[in-house]
Design a protein around this ligand. Structure first.
Ligand code: SF4
Length: 446
């Protein structure tokens, strides 16, 4: 049962030292109770109290990690029903499906498709992350061989799926270095599968149809000491599966119903044979509220829209996407190449850099730190001013790279040219176009 803010406050040191970032212990307690602060921020709670509070202040949906090292991914950890209330933190993972019923050629094709599905957009790498290996015939040796083949042929995080613990164990022994998600624990095999997950230290899928059975299953597994569970509510029709996602999220966040406080896995691959419908189902579960979606078809034209949809949903609208300020080489600029400057708002950077590269005129591009604001907004806010741009030019070292001293500023920031010329008397300030699409013609005429 979750504790109230006052109950938490009674266990805090009450010194109001502010080290947690809150003005008082009471304010910290209130933030803890609503999941808006982390207990670790207070260094003065005793171990005994820490244990008590850890449960009360735990995120309503437990974050679960899958994979190892740089490939590790987190699902769950969400705190709101709707993105506009705060943000969504951990993007839905997209998994391709391979089964022991497939031929070697079919598996090879899937692995090849999986490895090719990588797209760079706005400085981010978009790709599916997981491959789900499904046992189709209870053959442990075949399952282990398929796990080995997937390990050798891809860098995917893995999900090992069988209701037979011996089969899962055989696959996990091969794939343990990737710290796979294993399953499937059901009410019928919960003892054996729970013991296996505990022995291997791996996250476990808990699957049961019906909310009562599902809650009983996760309660039983957590009672065995397992913490990292992923819920499969078992439905394979769109309406029921969608309803399950909403009910589970609502129960976890509203009354903080702990048996449903885990991320979910959804399986469009088992809901339809039509690749287009499969992607539509996947899109539904990326929006609401799948931690993982498993799809069968890995064709690029189906996966790419899902990757973009996911990027849009899991991009925090309150935090502008930014790139690192500094000097960027467009093409192979030399001492006589022009120098342009713009802001570190990612969209601005990628549009401007795309147009410069399209012009085929090698250019030095300086990126000013405007905290992710666009040219017009940052100019209006005083973050793209004559002073700040001059400071960038003096400090970044561009003067050592060029003989020419022409600095191109965005047309929307023409108002800073006077200040800039005062600050940079050796430089000629040239006012560029307002629209990025006019950059190629501008550079060619320079
Ligand atoms: Fe109170 Fe701990 Fe925060 Fe200090 S750090 S104000 S003791 S909650």
């Amino acid at each position: 049962m979750a504790l109230t803010g006052i109950e938490i406050f009674k266990m805090l040191p009450k010194t109001n030292c502010k080290e947690c970032g809150f003005p008082t212990c009471l304010a910290f307690a209130m933030a803890l109770a609503t999941g808006k602060a982390e207990l670790d921020k207070c260094p003065y709670v005793s171990e005994e109290v820490r244990e008590k509070l850890a449960e009360a202040s735990a995120p309503p949906i437990r974050p679960v990690k899958i994979g190892m090292k740089e490939g590790v991914k987190t699902i769950g950890g969400e705190t709101v029903m709707f993105r506009h209330e705060k943000t969504f933190f951990n993007p839905t993972l997209i998994a391709g499906l391979v089964t022991t019923a497939m031929t070697d050629a079919e598996v090879d094709k899937k692995l090849g498709q999986f490895m090719k599905l990588q797209y760079e957009r706005v400085g981010l790498m978009l790709r599916p992350e997981l491959l789900a290996i499904l046992d189709a015939n209870g053959d442990a040796a075949k399952f282990a061989a398929l796990a080995k083949k997937v390990m050798d042929g891809s860098d995917a995080g893995l999900i090992l799926c069988s209701e037979n613990p011996d089969v899962v164990k055989a696959g996990a022994q091969v794939a343990k270095e990737r710290k796979p998600l294993i399953g499937i624990a059901t009410p019928a095999n919960a003892d054996a599968m729970g013991a296996l997950a505990k022995e291997l230290g791996l996250p476990l899928i808990a699957k049961a149809k019906g909310y009562d059975d599902l809650a009983a299953l996760t309660t039983k597994l957590t009672g065995m000491g397992l913490k990292d569970l992923v819920i499969d509510a078992g439905s394979r029709g769109l309406r029921e599966a969608f309803q399950d996602q909403v009910v589970i999220r609502r129960a976890a966040l509203g009354p903080k119903f702990r048996p449903f406080g885990f991320p979910t896995i959804t399986c469009p691959a088992q809901m339809t044979d039509d690749p287009v419908m499969e992607k539509l189902y996947a899109a539904v579960f990326i929006a609401k509220y799948g931690g993982i979606v498993v799809v069968n078809d890995l064709s690029a034209d189906g996966i790419f829209p899902l990757l973009l949809q996911r990027l849009n949903i899991y991009t925090d609208p309150q935090k502008p996407m930014m790139i690192t300020p500094g000097i960027y080489e467009m093409g192979t600029p030399g001492p006589d190449s022009p120098v342009a400057v713009t802001t570190n708002f990612a969209l601005t950077y990628f549009i401007v850099s795309g147009e410069i590269e399209g012009s085929k005129i090698s250019t030095w591009l300086l990126i000013q730190d405007t905290e992710g604001l666009s040219v017009m907004t940052s100019w209006a806010a005083g973050k793209f001013s004559g002073d700040s741009v001059a400071h960038l030019v003096k400090k970044c070292g561009i003067a050592d790279k060029v003989k020419t001293r022409t600095l191109i500023i965005p047309g929307y920031a023409a108002g800073i040219s006077g200040d800039l010329e005062e600050e940079l008397p050796d430089w000629k300030v040239s006012i560029g176009p307002r629209e990025a699409s006019h950059i190629p013609a501008f550079l060619k005429n320079l």
